[in-house]
Design a protein around this ligand. Structure first.
Ligand SMILES: Nc1ncnc2c1ncn2[C@@H]1O[C@H](COP(=O)(O)OP(=O)(O)OP(=O)(O)O)[C@@H](O)[C@H]1O
Length: 467
């Protein structure tokens, strides 16, 4: 029963406790922020200060940039409170803004208002960049009624990054984590259903490191098998892939005849898989069920691709033989890229030379993903990324020749318009070697995995179906 002598109004009685609780929350919050600030690196600290400035200045800045709305209709409460009969002032609405930060700058989420949406924010982006002291501001919309404003104080493309592979089995098969874009957002490309990727760029700008990352991240999965043709070396123990050979079921150097045998072997595998995919997997396309130990995704890396395809001019028998081999190599790789997708074959071609004979255009044009590091000429950029690059001067790899841009590539994906510039991380050789050693026991020849069923296959029929 209630004590009649107890003081009236429980809230008044509890006030000290409420105050203590509020104070505790404020102190806790402040300590949390101070610790976070002190533990952050220099770049992140600058971003924390920048985020505070952005929050504090927003109410003044938004109306100046016409990012506010005027509500002339009085609210019911204002009408009730208006006892003196004077006209009620219109309300200025400011978009609510939530700001977070990372090492490169700030990420702000703003609520849209009537008449103030994506278009208005995008128009104001250069002024937001000035006011927030950012080198770049991008505005996108990821959900209705809200825009995301990304401001980068530092250009993420100019800061080298490192990737240390974990050796863990990847969560998603065939996702290639590439790096960060010019707004420091992670960029990955889904290589399921992708039969070919081209990587071009001047020597020493990061092609090998990019491929190293893919190998290091994917090697721990037994559902992926690798083969490699490295046109820069003559023997497996030389060159960039010396450590990776133990995680590859096939490797060839710059010998055109050897390469021809490997490509031929893989075309045989493609044909055998096409003929057996329905009976073994019960589906028309491997991607309907995904790669597995028994039916792994086969990744063929053709490094310094021009070694295998370039035109050999001359009428002496030796040159003629090389020319015939190069033509045959191009034909076989074209087969793999054109018909290998549904049975789980992926070809990655890299080249320093960006001319039509380095990666023949009939192969390049069927590779849905193209990346190019720095290029010397506009023609080389076109040869690497296609004619469309001429319409995107900002993303043109001829602008990446400064040494600051070692590790930066421009990418196009046939499913999306335009190009993305990506800062790819450096993968140290020692890390790649560690992963190669750890995962060597997972190596298996995918042709052998098809095993005894091969005798019954109707390869001619499979060819017709794959075409
Ligand atoms: N992503 C990166 N970030 C920073 N530095 C890098 C990156 N990738 C490569 N480098 C630096 O550039 C050097 C050459 O890189 P890499 O071997 O990958 O180039 P490449 O394009 O494959 O050259 P080549 O065509 O001669 O084989 C590396 O040893 C490293 O010092």
């Amino acid at each position: 029963m209630k004590d009649p002598n107890a003081p009236a109004g429980g809230i008044v009685g509890n006030t000290p406790l409420v105050v203590v609780l509020v104070l505790a929350v404020i102190v806790g919050w402040t300590v949390w922020w101070v610790v976070r600030y002190l533990r952050a690196d220099t770049m992140t600290r600058q971003s924390i200060r920048q985020a505070v400035r952005v929050r504090w200045g927003w109410k003044r800045l938004a109306p100046m940039l016409k990012l506010s709305a005027t509500d002339k209709t009085p609210t019911a409460l204002a009408t009730l409170a208006n006892t003196n009969g004077k006209p009620i002032k219109p309300r200025i609405l400011i978009p609510a803004l939530k700001v977070t930060h990372d090492a490169y700058g700030v990420i702000a989420r703003a609520q849209c208002l009537p008449g103030v949406g994506l278009e208005q924010f995008q128009k104001a982006a250069p002024h937001l960049a000035d006011a927030w002291r950012c080198t770049r501001v991008a505005v996108t919309q990821d959900r209705p009624g809200q825009v995301v404003i990304r401001g980068v104080r530092l250009d993420p493309l100019k800061f080298p990054t490192k990737h240390r592979p974990t050796g863990d089995v990847p969560d998603e098969t065939a996702r290639w984590d590439l790096g960060v874009d010019e707004y420091a957002q992670p960029v990955s490309v889904n290589l399921t259903q992708v039969p070919g990727v081209t990587v071009a760029g001047l020597p020493g700008f990061g092609k090998t490191s990019l491929v190293n990352r893919l190998l290091s991240d994917w090697a721990p999965s037994s559902a992926v098998q690798f083969a490699c043709a490295d046109g820069k070396v003559s023997a497996a123990y030389e060159g960039d892939y010396a450590d990776w050979v133990q995680r590859m079921f096939a490797f060839v150097g710059d010998d055109l005849e050897e390469a021809n045998k490997l490509f031929g072997h893989l075309v045989e595998l493609r044909r055998a898989r096409s003929a057996s995919v329905r009976s073994v997997l019960g589906v028309k396309s491997m991607w309907d069920v995904g790669p597995s130990d028994r039916w792994p995704l086969v990744v063929l890396i053709i490094d310094k691709a021009h070694t295998y395809f370039r035109d050999h001019k001359g009428s002496d028998p030796k040159t003629k033989k090389l020319a015939a081999l190069a033509a045959e190599n191009a034909r076989l790789v074209e087969d793999l890229v054109k018909k290998g997708r549904s049975v789980g074959l992926l070809v990655i071609l890299t080249t320093q030379k960006s001319t039509g004979d380095a990666i023949p255009t009939f192969i390049r044009d069927v590779c849905p993903v193209g990346l190019s590091f720095a290029q010397k000429t506009a023609e080389a950029a076109v040869a690497a990324l296609g004619e469309e690059i001429r319409e995107w001067p900002d993303a043109n790899p001829i602008n990446l020749q400064d040494p600051t841009y070692v590790g930066v590539a421009s990418m196009n994906h046939q499913s999306q318009p335009g190009f993305t510039r990506i800062r790819t991380p450096y993968v140290a050789d020692a890390d790649a070697a560690r992963i190669a050693k750890q995962t060597a026991s997972l190596t298996a020849d995918p042709y052998a995995l098809l095993g005894p069923r091969l005798g019954d296959l109707d390869l001619a029929k499979a060819d017709t179906e794959a075409a």
